[in-house]
Design a protein around this ligand. Structure first.
Ligand SMILES: [Mn+2]
Length: 278
């Protein structure tokens, strides 16, 4: 049996990343894969890139890794967005920006006979949003190959990040897993009347997958474990006094409330999902 830790969406949160790496080490897991979005939001973006490069065996690109390391036409952006772009860009060395820009989109491997496919958001788009509550059609499309995938096969297991909410779901005898986020855990579908303890939401999350690596024999055991690790949120916020979006950063990491719910609600409307029923 072989274990791989899969982490995603660190978003410059150094305290959360340190807690997760310590937990992985304590479990004696030697292989770590990262599904992207190392940067943006928290202040310690360069430190997180360094730690990820030192510790991970594979790093994929996330939408923030792409956006904040590309040449953006600032004349088309609002003043607030220009400030945000400038602050985030100032947090990285040119070497790190170049490194992130050139990261791969997708990775695939066999484990216990299953084709496991990894990407940041969806096979088609680096910033599309497929939630734990979504249409069955959109969830199924996660298994399909695209121009970005390594092979042209239908995946048996897909593992992704981006939505910051961990879940495991089986549909059509295939498995969808979201690792959750290391540094920016949120419940996208918050409902104050139905939700459990917020501290259950704001911990650092990652995944451990166990099985027979590179084996195409389906008659072997495989398991998926969602891991939640508490970390020092106060210490993280104390180090973020220079953060130009400190208020929304605090709302996210302390209360698990995403800063841009209007965007999510809009995407619900398009899919015909009634937000009031969640
Ligand atoms: Mn993302």
């Amino acid at each position: 049996m072989y274990e791989i830790a899969i982490i995603s969406d660190i978003h410059g949160n150094l305290e959360a990343l340190k807690a997760v790496l310590a937990d992985i080490k304590e479990r004696n897991i030697s292989k770590i894969y990262c599904l992207g979005d190392i940067i943006a939001k928290g202040t310690h973006q360069q430190e997180c890139v360094n730690l990820i490069r030192e510790n991970c065996d594979l790093i994929l690109k996330g939408n923030c890794d792409e956006y904040f390391t590309s040449d953006i036409d600032l004349s088309t952006k609002s003043k607030q967005e220009v400030d945000r772009i400038k602050w985030n860009k100032s947090k990285l060395t040119e070497d790190s920006a170049k490194y992130l820009r050139n990261l791969p989109y997708c990775y695939e491997f066999y484990m216990s006979g299953r084709l496991v496919r990894l990407f940041h958001a969806t096979p088609e788009k680096i910033n599309d949003f497929v939630g734990n509550i979504d249409t069955i059609d959109r969830l199924y499309k996660l298994f399909l190959p695209s121009k970005n995938t390594i092979s042209n096969e239908l995946a048996d297991v897909v593992i992704y990040g981006h939505i910051h909410t961990p879940f495991i779901q089986r549909i059509y005898n295939r498995t969808i897993i979201n690792t959750g986020s290391v540094g920016n855990s949120i419940d996208v579908f918050r409902n104050d009347e139905k939700d459990g303890n917020v501290e259950n939401t704001t911990v650092a999350n990652y995944l451990v997958i166990s099985g027979f690596l590179n084996s195409t024999n389906i008659n072997q055991q495989i398991s998926y474990e969602l891991v939640s690790v508490p970390y020092d949120i106060d210490k993280e916020l104390e180090a973020n006094t220079d953060n130009i979006e400190l208020e929304s950063y605090e709302e996210e990491i302390r209360n698990g409330k995403y800063r841009n719910m209007q965007k999510i609600y809009k995407s619900f409307e398009i899919r015909g999902i009634d937000k009031d029923r969640i």
